[in-house]
Design a protein around this ligand. Structure first.
Ligand code: NAP
Length: 486
């Protein structure tokens, strides 16, 4: 159902509350502006607190019978959802492109990855099983106690996703939550909610029971705390900035929380690195989707001896990156909004004022920033520590591996790190020393494949995602003890 605005062709999208597509009683909508078309591409509902309450009530009611279904039956619903997504893949990808400015190939890749993730989640859940334990393993225990350990759902899961992967990072919460037997309240990023709505239209067409998922659109600053503090939310799975994640963790007292937050992923380049492999990975890692990725390479820590050679290679490649519109499949696209572009520009200006060398870039047209490479970045510059979420890469020259590790670990973030070396012993030594969730040896940081665990430490997150781990975090153990020969 689409409520067409009378004034122009811009569509007003309903929210999906308690299994019905409806306009909010608030009678307020939020205009979604395309970051590259620079025009309003749709309006979404500003859902009210009482509608949030109704959605949670409906979710609680629907969850009981949902959890009683067999895993196989729940899996059939999810597979139908994947089928429906497949049928509308291009339309959803176009929405992603228009709404968050990702080039079409990447947007289509995101939707395909989501379809694959849903189907994989079904298979993973079907193959997970509980365990049993006898009491005689503990001193004084008895073989006559048999513990049966099963996993049971938590209840209602709140899924909050960020703008940069509006489909995939939503489905990677929704699919495991549903397979584990939970109901879901889905709060998409406001910029990204049209893509989220289209994804849920596909879920609706798959015929899920009413109320098992509600989609509440509205600014996080207005309904976010209300959702997070709600006592009937039994688990929160959040991906977004560290600032919002920290805020959530203060609000969500005693509610299990998984947080995937910001990063400042270093690429540590040793003297013996293959510089072609290194440069290719750094360029793709740092600049794809204008660097608006949690696992983008956000600093390079390079050994002095090879720094000149690496910078020369990077410069050539940066200058060859395509810049412009996402419809032309550009790598460098306009940032999500002017505020984001101003923020990145501020970091570049600060670094240059403090003596960084501009290798290339630092040109701007509104929210479209040319890819920028900064050399001789030092620890007094903000760009050495802050996540820019834009197309700028700082090079920090180091005199030893120890210094690289020290600077890597001084960061408050700990998402991923890359190590480029041809010496596997050195790679493993560095991998052991850096305080991050994942180390990539001779490859760029990245989330996935989605069967891998994905986690950040320090200010980069709490808990682990990846399909298997998400199912675990959205369920809990339940122990039943059979007392034999009582
Ligand atoms: P954000 O501003 O923190 O927003 C994330 C989500 O939180 C949005 O849905 C937002 O809604 C919502 N929100 C805002 N205030 C809230 C509140 N008080 N209570 C509940 N929800 C609230 O992040 P973003 O700009 O969308 O995404 C970029 C950030 O995400 C970057 O830092 C990036 O590194 C990180 N990220 C991390 C990962 C990872 O897996 N580690 C992956 C992707 C992105 P509104 O849009 O309505 O404000």
């Amino acid at each position: 159902m689409i409520l067409d605005s009378i004034k122009n062709e811009v569509k007003t999208y309903p929210a999906y509350l308690t299994g019905e597509w409806q306009a909010s009683n608030s009678q307020e909508t939020i205009a979604i502006k395309s970051p590259w078309k620079h025009e309003v591409i749709g309006n979404v509902q500003a859902v009210t607190q009482s509608e949030v309450d109704e959605s949670i009530e409906a979710a609680k009611a629907a969850q009981h019978s949902w959890a009683k279904l067999s895993l196989g039956d729940r899996g059939q619903y999810l597979n139908r959802w994947a089928d429906e997504l497949e049928k509308t893949k291009d339309d959803i990808a176009t929405s992603v492109m228009n709404e968050v400015g990702k080039n079409f190939n990447s947007a289509e890749g995101e939707v395909q990855r989501t379809i694959d993730l849903i189907r994989y989640t079904v298979q993973e859940a079907l193959h997970m099983h509980g365990e049993s334990v006898r009491g005689d393993g503990f001193p004084g225990g008895s073989k006559d106690k048999l513990g049966i350990i099963e996993r049971v759902p938590l209840g209602v899961v709140l899924a909050i996703s960020p703008f940069n992967y509006p489909v995939n990072l939503a489905a990677s919460k929704i699919a495991p939550a549903l397979m584990a037997g939970n109901a879901v309240i889905f709060k998409p990023a406001t910029q990204g909610s049209i893509s989220g709505i289209k994804m849920i239209q596909a879920l609706d067409r798959a015929g899920f029971p009413k109320g098992i998922l509600s989609l509440v659109t509205g600014h996080g600053s207005e309904i976010g705390d209300y959702l997070t503090e709600n006592p009937d939310i039994n688990m929160i799975s959040f991906t977004g900035s560290t600032k919002t994640g920290e805020h959530l963790s203060q609000k969500s007292i005693m509610t299990p929380l998984v947080l995937e937050l910001g990063g400042k992923d270093p690429a540590i380049v040793c003297e013996d690195a293959d510089l072609n492999i290194t440069a290719n990975n750094i360029i793709k890692g740092a600049y794809s989707y204008s660097g608006q990725r949690c696992t983008a390479v956000k600093r390079v820590l390079v050994a002095d001896k090879v720094a000149d050679k690496l910078v020369a290679r990077l410069k050539t490649q940066v200058e060859n990156l395509s810049v412009g519109s996402p419809v032309n499949d550009s790598t460098i696209v306009p940032l999500i909004d002017d505020k984001a572009a101003n923020f990145v520009q501020g970091l570049i200006d600060d670094a240059l004022a403090k003596g960084a060398t501009l290798v290339t870039g630092n040109k701007r047209d509104g929210n479209l920033l040319q890819p920028t490479l900064l050399d001789n970045v030092t620890e007094d510059m903000d760009i050495a520590w802050v996540e820019p979420f834009g197309p700028v890469l700082p090079i920090i020259r180091v005199h030893s591996v120890d210094q690289a590790v020290e600077i890597a670990n001084k960061s408050r973030f700990g998402l991923q790190a890359s190590v480029f070396t041809q010496d596997i012993d050195k790679a493993l030594e560095i991998a052991g020393a850096v305080e991050v969730g994942t180390v990539q040896v001779n490859g760029r940081p990245q989330r996935g494949p989605d069967n891998f665990p994905f986690l950040g430490v320090k200010a980069s997150g709490m808990g682990t995602q990846g399909v298997h781990n998400s199912i675990l975090s959205m369920s809990r153990e339940k122990l039943t003890v059979i007392n034999l020969k009582p």
